[in-house]
Design a protein around this ligand. Structure first.
Ligand code: CA
Length: 640
């Protein structure tokens, strides 16, 4: 059975190709093609005028010549920029035609690759474009997780290119009442990185249909090295999506915002339709002893990252986005299905040229049929084995808001408890993690109910003001904790995802824009604007105090004291000392999740309150000595 052979030492030593010229390499005089297809008896190249597979006749078909390590080569003279192409192979007498796995440009719906002169896709000034995160540590990042469509699709966004890459980087856009929206809003919030939900070419949105008719998060990869067509103003001309994504990155960089891509290497859209699985049957995906595809992701297939040419494919892909698109960070979807060696190779190779790129993983532990005897999987419990990667902390999420994506369960902010877990989380070191730079702290992301919907489910009888207090208590915890804060776009304005009947949706992956969009008009309501200001203040406070952004466990343990024996459902921390060579810090943080006010003794001295349950920032609100009364359901943060 072939799939087992693919993972054998013999196969790997014969057929591991290490060159950097797979796919199509354009020059004005000729284009060189190289395909890896070691099980084919013949291979060939077809050139087409159109990227649309309904236009069936190629204008040129040539055989490819067998070359080293299972690769096949061909060359076509002339300037092929803009020509569409496919590869075909003969295996067991059967022909299989597919898009180039290394396609850098594609036509409509990613069915055919396109030869591309990449330098012609660069926006003006691209050679001077730079990332925004030099000499910084991931703990200096504040990450905003966002779907390209959600930012602009609402009718009140004021954004011209709704649902598009170009809509992400429009400036000067406002609500009818004059509140900044889109990129200006994000800048004002103060985050450092915009993390885009899948923006590579995915399959679940038909790019030929009118804009806005369909919606998907995009966790269904077709072409890993090409931007998604439905986010471009034209999906047919393969150059347009590339140009517009680069333009977006450049404009975000000019506005001091980094760009993180959510990469879904752990599975593909349709197992046997995936180009690499067509050209080298079943090579990309794991199968069990009976030849059945392993599907730990629940998406029909798991990627066999332990195979040498899958590993190379993933490493090459991340490096390509970093080199060609100047991407500042990568989030790996369900990395628990990938392997430790692949993750380490990615960070080693990419950090070699781009030391400031950040890497973090959704590292849940999952069941999968690995295809080699010893494969260590890249989940959070192996975080110590992956020095270059950080991991989502479901620990802090669940302790603050309650387990489960749905309505069940409550946490510290909606009923109290979980103090012992949260003490570790405030240090950025939940049980699976020994280093604060590895903990991505969050309380809402695209998965599950939004924070405000989750609060609504846990305390249905609470009035709006009480729910806001609970929301702000959660924010004051995870944004100020050691580690790296990450938030769902719109959390700062109490985002909800409601069906027309008012029911909250916890899995909105294919719901319409009306449910998923950020509702900009909310910002015009004072009670929402106040929450936005609160988040802005928390982020500003975090940025102003290096003591909240420590880079290793030793610093955390030597500079933070947990105040023990406080009342149930409360937490207090004292952060102090000379940190990172900056002036001496003394910060005192108290969280009260009780529905009653609580009194706390303070260390000796005059303490200046910068953050309470309603206001946050770097300015001093008032000062106290000796003790402080902390109102119900609120945080207080003071400096000396
Ligand atoms: Ca697509």
């Amino acid at each position: 059975m072939i799939p087992k052979v693919y993972s054998s030492d013999d196969f790997e030593s014969k057929f591991t190709y290490s060159g950097d010229d797979l796919g199509a390499r354009w020059s004005p005089e000729k284009t060189a093609f190289r395909l890896w297809a070691p099980t084919a008896s013949k291979a060939g190249l077809r050139l087409y005028k159109s990227g649309n597979i309904n236009e069936k006749s190629p204008y040129l078909e040539i055989p490819m010549k067998e070359d080293i390590k299972g690769t096949w080569v061909a060359e076509v003279s002339g300037n092929l920029n803009g020509a569409f192409y496919t590869f075909f192979v003969i295996i067991d007498g059967e022909e299989r035609e597919a898009c180039d796995p290394y396609a850098r440009a594609v036509g409509l719906n990613g069915e055919r690759a396109m030869v591309i002169d990449l330098s012609a896709t660069n926006p003006e000034g691209w050679e001077n474009d730079e990332g925004v995160f030099y000499d910084k540590c991931i703990t200096d990042a504040v990450i905003y997780e966002m779907h390209v469509r959600d930012l602009s699709s609402d009718e009140n966004s004021g954004i011209e290119h709704k649902g598009k890459f170009l809509g992400v980087c429009e400036s000067g856009r406002k609500t009818p009442g004059g509140k900044s929206t889109g990129m200006d809003h994000i800048k004002e919030l103060g985050i450092t990185h915009v993390h885009l939900l899948p923006s590579f070419d995915y399959g679940s949105v038909d790019e030929s249909k009118p804009d806005g008719e369909q919606y998907n998060w995009g966790y269904d990869p077709m072409n890993f090295n090409v931007p998604e067509g439905s986010y471009a103003t034209s999906a047919e001309d393969g150059a347009v999506r590339i140009k517009e994504m680069k333009q977006m990155v450049k404009t975000l960089h000019e506005n001091k915002l980094g760009v993180v891509m959510d990469m879904v290497y752990n599975h593909v859209y349709k197992t046997e339709e995936f180009c690499l699985n067509k050209l080298v049957p079943g090579y990309f995906s794991r199968t069990d002893e009976n030849g059945k595809y392993s599907a730990g992701s629940g998406c029909g297939n798991d990627t066999a990252s332990e195979r040498s040419m899958v590993k190379k494919y993933i490493v090459d892909s991340v490096k390509y986005w970093a080199d060609e698109y100047h991407i500042d960070g990568f989030r790996f979807d369900l990395s628990g299905l990938l392997d430790v060696a692949t993750m380490n190779e990615i960070t080693r190779v990419v950090h070699g040229e781009h030391p400031n790129i950040i890497f973090y993983c959704e590292g849940w532990m999952m069941d999968t049929h690995v295809t080699k005897p010893i494969v260590e999987l890249a989940h959070q419990y192996n975080s110590e084995k992956m020095p270059g990667c950080s991991f989502f902390s479901d620990t802090v999420r669940d302790a603050l808001r309650g387990r489960s994506f749905g309505e069940e369960g409550s946490g510290f902010i909606t009923g109290g408890g979980f103090e012992s877990v949260l003490k570790k989380c405030f240090f950025g070191m939940p049980d699976w993690c020994k280093n604060p730079a590895k903990s991505i702290n969050y309380v809402s992301c695209h998965d599950g109910l939004t924070l405000f919907d989750k609060i609504g489910a846990a305390v249905p009888d609470a009035d709006f003001a009480e729910k806001v207090k609970r929301n702000n208590l959660a924010a004051a915890f995870y944004i100020l904790a050691q580690g790296v804060p990450l938030m769902l776009a719109g959390e700062e304005m109490l985002r909800v995802k409601h069906h027309p009947d008012g029911k909250a949706e916890h899995n909105s992956y294919n719901c319409p824009d009306e449910l998923n969009s950020i509702k900009w008009l909310d910002l015009e309501k004072p009670e929402y604007g106040k929450v936005f200001d609160y988040y802005k203040g928390l982020i500003a406070f975090r940025k102003a105090h290096g003591a909240l952004r420590l880079r290793n466990a030793q610093d955390v343990c030597s500079h933070i004291t947990i105040i023990e024996d406080t009342k149930p459902n409360t937490l207090a921390f004292h952060i102090w000392g000379n940190i990172n060579g900056e002036t001496a810090e003394a910060i005192y943080v108290i969280y009260n999740a009780n529905k009653t006010e609580e009194e706390f003794e303070l260390p000796i001295g005059n303490w200046h309150i910068c953050i309470d349950g309603e206001t946050a920032g770097t300015d001093i609100l008032y000062s106290v000595e000796g003790k402080i009364t902390v109102p119900a359901l609120s945080a207080v943060v003071m400096i000396k």
